[in-house]
Write a protein that binds this ligand. Structure first.
Ligand SMILES: NC(=O)c1ccc[n+]([C@@H]2O[C@H](COP(=O)([O-])OP(=O)(O)OC[C@H]3O[C@@H](n4cnc5c(N)ncnc54)[C@H](O)[C@@H]3O)[C@@H](O)[C@H]2O)c1
Length: 335
């Protein structure tokens, strides 16, 4: 029988791609989402790719009764826990909301998992758990340190999972994503931010389709290839495959463990390089204006991804150019 995996927050960006990858790789998935940052349109996209619609529960991870009933009425082998609010900037102004939704919500959810006897979990963590004072590339043992409620919620939940592994014999992997972007090659699912995009690629794509006038580039005097900030952009389809490898690992471990694992490419792309990639894919001019640096921004951030290779036998395969082309197709399909 195919292992059944619950994807909390599975309806939207990373969850929908992971759903498709798991379903195409011998797993069954059920999605749970409170629709706070998503819509049912994503199920249409998943259905167009798979040829069938996965089971979906409209529920909140903080709703103990709903969670208990969903966990009881399905025979889950494990959980991939995506559900959470994800804007660093918003979390600076709304820490209560982030602690309530991400930390308190996960406490409720984990307690109900324990009650239901489900102890295998892959958790969406983030490279924001690292302190700004590390050398590059970032290794998992680098200094941890957070400066906003979003990152603190991720780091706190990593510690909670360590405790659950030690005390309650859970198996847990926290995947520390670097900068997930792009879309499924079908063009049916992809990143669809509400309002002004927080991430660079969706913003540049908005300029390419004429929704915004220009890209604001914060700083061109960093010590990088062209002076603009460099980040490790990971194709969401590679990221989905990292979840496949991680859930497989937690289901097959014979000793209880916790691992935090970087999920990045190990390479950086600058802001101007990304603008050029979109220009080539879209064949549109991308006007931009250089502004001064933003406080708190780092020159470069990229991962050491050797731990993912060793523990998960996973590494990123897709190129930035290919991924930008996939994103452009998705944007054109969804104007
Ligand atoms: N996208 C990124 O850049 C990035 C980077 C690092 C980590 N992450 C983490 O990965 C996870 C998935 O990110 P994403 O980009 O797919 O985000 P997303 O917003 O597209 O998906 C998260 C989903 O969780 C749902 N959700 C939020 N709170 C919920 C709750 N209380 N109960 C049920 N559902 C709830 C939302 O409706 C949304 O569909 C998040 O935890 C995020 O913090 C994302």
């Amino acid at each position: 029988m195919k292992p059944l995996i619950l994807l909390t927050g599975g309806l939207w960006y990373i969850g929908s791609h992971t759903c498709v990858t798991l379903e195409q790789s011998g797993f069954k998935t059920i999605l749970l989402d409170n629709l706070s940052n998503s819509s049912l349109s994503s199920l249409d996209g998943i259905e167009r790719i798979l040829g069938y619609r996965p089971v979906f529960y409209d529920a909140d991870i903080r709703d103990r009764g709903a969670v208990a009933s969903i966990l009881k009425s399905n025979d889950f082998s494990g959980v991939i826990h995506f559900a959470g609010l994800k804007s660093v900037g918003e979390s600076v102004n709304e820490p209560f909301e982030y602690y309530n939704n991400n930390i308190q919500g996960s406490f409720v959810f984990f307690e109900e998992m324990e009650r239901a006897g489900i102890r295998n979990i892959v958790f969406s963590s983030s490279a924001t758990v690292y302190s700004a004072d590390n050398t590059l590339p970032l290794i998992e043992e680098a200094e941890l340190g957070t400066t906003n409620a979003y990152a603190t919620s991720k780091l706190t939940l990593e510690f909670v999972l360590r405790n659950l592994v030690a005390a309650k014999k859970w198996n847990a992997i926290a995947l520390r994503y670097f900068n997930p972007i792009w879309a499924h090659p079908s063009g049916y699912i992809g990143e669809r931010p509400n309002g002004v995009p927080n991430n660079l690629l969706p913003y540049i794509l908005d300029v390419a389709i004429g929704k915004r006038d220009k890209v604001w580039v914060y700083g061109d005097d960093y010590d990088t290839v062209d002076g603009t900030g460099v980040r490790d952009y990971i194709d969401v389809n590679d990221l989905a495959e990292a979840h496949l490898a991680a859930i497989h690992k937690v289901l097959t471990w014979d000793t209880q463990s916790f691992h935090a694992i970087n999920i990045g490419t190990g390479n950086g792309t600058s802001v101007l390089e990304m603008i050029e990639n979109v220009r080539l894919a879209s064949k549109k001019d991308i006007p931009y204006t250089i502004l001064s640096r933003r406080p708190g921004d780092l020159a470069s951030v990229y991962a050491d991804s050797s731990c993912a290779r060793e523990l998960l036998w996973w590494e990123a395969k897709r190129s930035v150019q290919q991924a930008v082309e996939d994103s452009w197709r998705f944007v054109c399909n969804n104007i």
